[in-house]
Design a binder for this molecule. Sequence first.
Ligand SMILES: Nc1ncnc2c1ncn2[C@@H]1O[C@H](COP(=O)(O)OP(=O)(O)OP(=O)(O)O)[C@@H](O)[C@H]1O
Ligand SMILES: [Mg+2]
Length: 196
Amino acid sequence: MTGGIRLILDQIGHAWGDLTVLDGIALTAEPGEVMAIIGPSGCGKSTLLNIAGGLLSPSSGTVRIEGAIADDCLNPLTYIFQDFSLLPWRSAQANIELVLEDKLPKPVRADRVREVLALTGLTEFADAWPRELSGGMKQRVGIARALAVRPACLLMDEPLSALDAQTRDLLLDEFVTIIDRAQTTTIYVTPLLSGQ
Ligand SMILES: Nc1ncnc2c1ncn2[C@@H]1O[C@H](COP(=O)(O)OP(=O)(O)OP(=O)(O)O)[C@@H](O)[C@H]1O
Ligand SMILES: [Mg+2]
């Protein structure tokens, strides 16, 4: 996997209409660093993450990426979503393969899918439909799909909050191991330190 990039948010401000949500936010996620953004509901975490990922233009300030993006990186920035966002009519492996279509030749694609399924402990569930998977397994497909593009930076918006407390704790441990192995710059949005 890649060594990651430096993601710099410089004096970010954002207003939704009259409501100023972010003001003068500055942060730098170093290559390979895992950074958590913690705060109560409505404080602007998703707004900030969406700005970091280029999904939303800030009212003020700039987002910069520094460092070389590895040749095998298919998408510099990628997301893991709170609600998993899997296509119900595609199997686990087909959901992952979707993000690789048009980017890799078919045999290489199959190898890559196998690799991330193994990394997330889902090899035996490659052909399972999303409805046959538990919440934790669905989110592991979400992680596998995000890692399949060998991102330089991984953005996660409360990826565990839809899960029960036990699954959350288990998956949090796995998350730490997987992200550590992938050496990807990571921003993790969470309302509480426990990973909720
Ligand atoms: N598209 C939008 N239009 C108008 N206001 C918005 C929009 N998105 C967010 N807001 C407002 O901005 C504020 C911050 O929202 P945001 O979604 O960033 O919070 P959050 O910290 O991610 O909360 P949560 O933990 O509940 O997900 C809230 O007051 C919200 O109502
Ligand atoms: Mg949010």
